[in-house]
Write a protein that binds this ligand. Structure first.
Ligand SMILES: NC(=O)c1ccc[n+]([C@@H]2O[C@H](COP(=O)([O-])OP(=O)(O)OC[C@H]3O[C@@H](n4cnc5c(N)ncnc54)[C@H](O)[C@@H]3O)[C@@H](O)[C@H]2O)c1
Length: 271
């Protein structure tokens, strides 16, 4: 099979949450640039409109809609509206992730004994509950079609302890992993695949854009990676296209790190 057929998503109907910047924007770009009809959703209208105009000018079939995934009624009506408009839904990237506070290695308030449980609850609500709802609402359209690919963004902080991030972030990302495995088994006979991309450090606006502005924090993250650098968001596009396209047709329930080797080696062993 030729590469063009393997990765063909021409005309597929796709939605990305948290698509205004960073990793979500990279997902939207790679889907749109490869011929999918993409709905970019997110919280910030200016960012969504700028990205949509840029992609349209490049000939892509894209639209955007303001959507805070914590507004669970609007989450459902947005997904239902997209499926109704096109008569199908092929691809969903459940990408939103938020953090609250920092981990115990960099902030004493990040210790469990000092934790702000309100902040913890908010993070778990958005990262775990609202992303699971996104999966559920998408799957309601995909299962009767007997086709669909759902990709969830978690983090390497869901795979191992990560003292730089908060408890809420680490716990919600780990929770997503087994929820995705469960959903993959649940939907397997309907040919609806559900997978996780677990990134290491990528240069985005997460945490207020600290990786852009705070050289010391950027160095801490880069030093923890065997490749000794943080990633550019373009570097997530290949994996995203693999999982969304026919090339990934037998991949489901997978948790795939994309982390410069961080989770492959014990800390301090030659890195
Ligand atoms: N950047 C990294 O180093 C890194 C590492 C591991 C995992 N991740 C994960 O990648 C995903 C994307 O984050 P990013 O790094 O691109 O950050 P980002 O801040 O650049 O992008 C996140 C986007 O989501 C939007 N958003 C936030 N809350 C929302 C909500 N409730 N509803 C809808 N949209 C919302 C923001 O407006 C923003 O546009 C997150 O799940 C994050 O946890 C990022």
């Amino acid at each position: 099979m030729k590469q063009s057929a393997l990765f063909n998503i021409e005309g597929h109907v796709a939605m990305v949450t948290g698509a205004g910047s960073g990793i979500g924007l990279a997902y939207a770009e790679v889907l749109a640039e490869n011929g999918a009809k993409v709905l970019l959703t997110g919280k910030t209208p200016e960012r969504l409109e700028a990205a949509t105009s840029r992609l349209r000018a490049a000939g892509c079939d894209v639209d955007c809609q303001v959507l805070d995934i914590a507004d669970t009624d609007k989450l459902r009506t947005t997904i239902d509206g997209l499926a109704a408009k096109h008569g199908r839904l092929d691809i969903m990237f459940a990408n939103v992730g938020i953090s609250h506070g920092r981990g115990f290695l960099v902030d004493p308030n990040g210790s469990l004994t000092a934790i702000d449980f309100e902040g913890f609850r908010r993070v778990v609500e958005v990262n775990l509950t609202c992303n699971l709802l996104t999966i559920a609402h998408a799957a309601r359209h995909m299962r009767p079609q007997k086709r669909g690919s759902i990709v969830v963004t978690s983090s390497v902080a869901g795979l191992t302890a990560e003292p730089i991030v908060s408890y809420g972030y680490a716990a919600s990302k780990a929770g997503l992993h087994n929820a995705v495995r469960q959903a993959a088994a649940d939907f397997a006979l309907d040919n609806v695949r559900v997978n996780v991309i677990a990134p290491g450090p990528f240069l985005t606006n997460i945490g207020g854009g600290r990786l852009h502005t705070d050289k010391a924090t950027a160095k801490v993250f880069a030093d923890g990676v065997p490749m000794k650098r943080v990633a550019h968001t373009d570097e997530i596009k290949g994996l995203a296209l693999l999982l969304a396209s026919p090339a990934g047709s037998y991949i489901t329930g997978a948790i795939i790190p994309i982390d410069g080797g961080s989770t492959a080696i014990l800390p301090g062993r030659g890195t």
